[in-house]
Design a protein around this ligand. Structure first.
Ligand code: SF4
Length: 251
């Protein structure tokens, strides 16, 4: 069931909405732009714009979907936001546990809260945990993620706005890379992208290149659709694959 334009997932589930900026990758936050747009359209959930809110009425949404689906949890927020009560997170994970037919991809820029939450709780088998590493200054998030006992660990290197240098990808299963989009987008240098891809190959990690974004491979600013997602002559859309609830990397 594909109900989102986000290429690396199938659907989104937002039991909370709204957020606040933490690092450079947040500068042109897409969720904020969308939230302000929905507020202007008078959508009741977005009455307070981009302010963080939990939405208990959405907790059961995945229970009503029988078809196995890959959900990106919180495309409009950060599930591990400072204002998120752990009691509410427990309810989110209760829903996740009650729906083993689904997989849940959870991505955060708040690695310390993620680690604190799972200090005393187990990660359900159908959860993929990821952190954003948009800049060399945020690479420490990988070490925090690595220590959490979970089946799939992934990195979102998006928007790639810096040379991330050497990456230790031990026990990381998937890396997604993308350039920034929007009018104020910052360019992604092709060498930075090749550097990440090479290290994924060397360390046998699935590599998914989402898009160039507003700045193309040739360094020219244009519509992101025209810039596409090819480099070195092809697309790169590797993903960890699931067989009988065991994960296998397709490389
Ligand atoms: S953490 Fe994510 S949702 Fe929150 S402000 Fe940053 S980019 Fe936006």
């Amino acid at each position: 069931m594909k109900t989102t334009k986000i290429e690396w997932t199938e659907a989104t589930w937002n039991p909370s909405i709204g957020c606040s900026k933490v690092t450079a990758g947040c500068k042109n936050c897409y969720a904020e732009v969308m939230a302000r747009r929905l507020q202007a359209m008078g959508m009741p959930d977005y009455e307070y714009g981009f302010d963080f809110r939990i939405l208990p009425e959405r907790l059961n949404q995945p229970l009503n979907i029988k078809k196995p689906t890959k959900f990106f949890v919180n495309s409009m927020s950060d599930l591990f936001h400072e204002k998120m009560p752990f009691e509410f997170l427990d309810k989110v994970f209760e829903t996740i546990q009650k729906t083993p037919q689904h997989h849940y991809q959870i991505l955060t820029k708040r690695e310390n809260i993620l680690a604190k939450y799972f200090e005393t709780r187990e990660v359900p088998n159908n959860v993929w945990l990821g952190v954003t590493v948009e800049h060399s200054r945020t690479k420490h998030r990988i070490d925090v993620l690595r220590k959490i006992d979970t089946k799939i660990r992934f990195l979102s290197i998006e928007p790639l706005i810096d040379d991330v240098g050497t990456l230790d990808l031990k026990n990381i299963h998937w890396v997604i890379v993308g350039g920034e989009s929007g009018n104020c987008a910052r360019p992604m240098n092709k060498e930075w992208l090749v550097n990440v891809k090479t290290q994924c190959e060397e360390q046998k990690v699935a590599f998914f290149f989402k898009q160039w974004g507003t700045w193309g491979e040739d360094g020219v600013k244009r519509n992101k659709k025209l810039n596409g997602s090819k480099f070195l002559g092809r697309e790169w859309k590797e993903e960890p694959q699931i067989f009988d609830n065991q994960y296998k990397l397709v490389i």
